[in-house]
Design a protein around this ligand. Structure first.
Ligand code: DLL
Length: 436
């Protein structure tokens, strides 16, 4: 059976028509950023560009790029294109150092977000008769509330349980008759094992579909989750800067993620030369939002590596598809769905007088859950033989990291000068998870 298409008008539009829609919306978006966001106006003026130079989709590549650092430099609200009185929601995600990346939505933007999430859930076969258990984190992270609004829009019964508390997840999953599970793939995998260990027979669960994303996962991991949970597992992709989840989604054919390109225009560039690459080539994904009001973004460099496929899909959708993303062109790690830059850890260590910036992060996946170990050198004068002193220091570092990043770490204090020095680029991360 084919799952329903939420918005056939846009999701099955011909390429020519889609280009017309994109061209018109792009013109409008460029005008809005030019007149309302000093950052874009200055950048465009430096390049000798005005809104009159952007007439169609083909002019997109003339426009300047936006990077995460630009959001940081304009922290918190400097890139917003509307007065704060129009902003009805704020979310935030990790930046490369202390400051988070802040995003804002108008009522119209929340409407777009609900629409693209409704498309996402319909493509996974979720509708009015479903119970969707949302085990993505609620809060500043966009996962929980993004799925929540989409779930309500398709008329499903939404269970806003948020992440964690595995025992309660299983209890509600069984007692409420959850049919759809939304969480990170690693948590889905963990829940699958918890179900097996609970001894509750599979027949007591009504689960049939999963909406998993926010971190890279392989085809093998999909097969494993599908087998263990006896469901169909769909990949969903998104990022806060563009809208949150809902940027791209898999249909029942699971052959690439359809991009909601009537709202977010994708391009693939070479991350070194910044040139747009021909169709089908592997490169860095770049998005321009063409309908968003609060934080319109032009040519945002996601750092995610993938390729695009413009062929019509067997589901009937014509929306361009992106391959599953497995890599990034920067050093950002995703640990239990939380984005982490090694530089965040470095700045915390530099702020503490007891530690040196010589450290190593060891990431692993144990029982399907990511683990993070931080090995860090202690300043000579703080290195002590008294175990309780070192314990207290470990705890202090752990709590600083947790409050800055939301991540729990296993901190290992090591003797001064014991971490291998490098003559070139320092190795800060050993990632033992086999994601690629
Ligand atoms: O992770 C939004 C989201 C929530 C997507 C729930 C899907 C489900 P950020 O915290 O801003 O937003 O992180 C965005 O996460 O640039 C990718 O590197 C990575 N990412 C997100 N989805 C996928 C996926 C949310 N399906 C960053 N596969 C992105 C691989 C993903 N990586």
């Amino acid at each position: 059976m084919t799952n329903s298409v939420w918005n056939p008008h846009f999701e099955t539009m011909s390429r020519d028509k889609m280009r017309d829609v994109q061209s018109e919306r792009l013109r409008d978006a460029v005008e809005r950023v030019y007149y309302n966001v000093p950052f874009y106006r200055e950048k465009m003026q430096q390049m000798g560009l005005g809104p009159e130079h952007i007439n169609s989709f083909d002019d997109l590549s003339k426009l300047p790029f936006t990077i995460k650092q630009d959001l940081r430099d304009n922290y918190p609200f400097g890139l917003f294109a509307v007065p704060m009185s129009e902003i009805i929601r704020l979310h935030a995600s990790s930046g490369t150092t202390g400051k988070p990346t802040v995003v804002g939505y108008t009522r119209h933007d929340i409407g777009i977000w609900s629409e693209v999430m409704a498309r996402t859930l319909s493509a996974a076969g979720i509708g009015k008769t479903d119970f969707i258990q949302i085990a993505y984190g609620y809060g500043l992270f966009t996962g929980g509330l993004g799925l929540h609004y989409g779930g309500e829009k398709v008329g499903a019964s939404v269970i806003p349980i948020s992440g964690g508390n595995t025992k309660r997840q299983l209890q509600l999953m069984r007692d409420f008759g959850t049919t759809a599970l939304a969480c990170t793939p690693s948590y889905a995998s963990y829940l699958a094992e918890a179900i097996a260990e609970s001894g509750i027979p599979r027949e007591e669960f009504k689960l049939k579909t999963g909406i998993f994303g926010a971190e890279p996962w392989t085809e093998n991991m999909r097969l494993d989750i599908e087998k263990k949970l006896n469901i169909k597992a769909h990949d969903i992709y998104g990022l806060s800067e563009i809208i949150g989840p809902g940027v791209a989604f898999e249909c029942e054919h699971q052959c690439g993620l359809h991009i909601n390109e009537d709202h977010f225009i994708p391009e693939i560039i070479d991350p070194d030369t910044l040139e747009v690459l021909p169709e089908g080539e592997l490169g860095e994904l770049v998005f321009s939002t063409i309908t968003k009001e609060g934080l319109p973004i032009i040519r945002y460099r996601t750092r995610d590596l993938t390729r695009l496929n413009y062929e019509k899909c067997a589901c009937g959708r014509t929306l361009v598809r992106m391959n599953k993303c497995t890599g990034r062109s920067d050093d950002m790690l995703i640990i239990r769905g939380v984005n982490l830059f090694p530089s965040q850890i470095e700045s915390i260590l530099l702020e503490m007088e007891e530690t040196t910036p010589h450290y190593l992060l060891v990431v692993d996946r144990i029982n399907n859950l990511d683990t993070l170990e931080l090995q860090v050198e202690v300043e000579d004068r703080f290195y002590s033989d008294i175990i309780s002193e070192l314990q207290a220091l470990r705890k202090k570092i752990q709590s600083h990291i947790e409050s800055a990043t939301g991540l729990s770490t296993n901190v290992k204090l090591v003797e001064p000068k014991s971490i291998k020095r490098s003559e070139g680029k320092a190795t800060r991360v050993i990632d033992n998870r086999k994601i690629k």
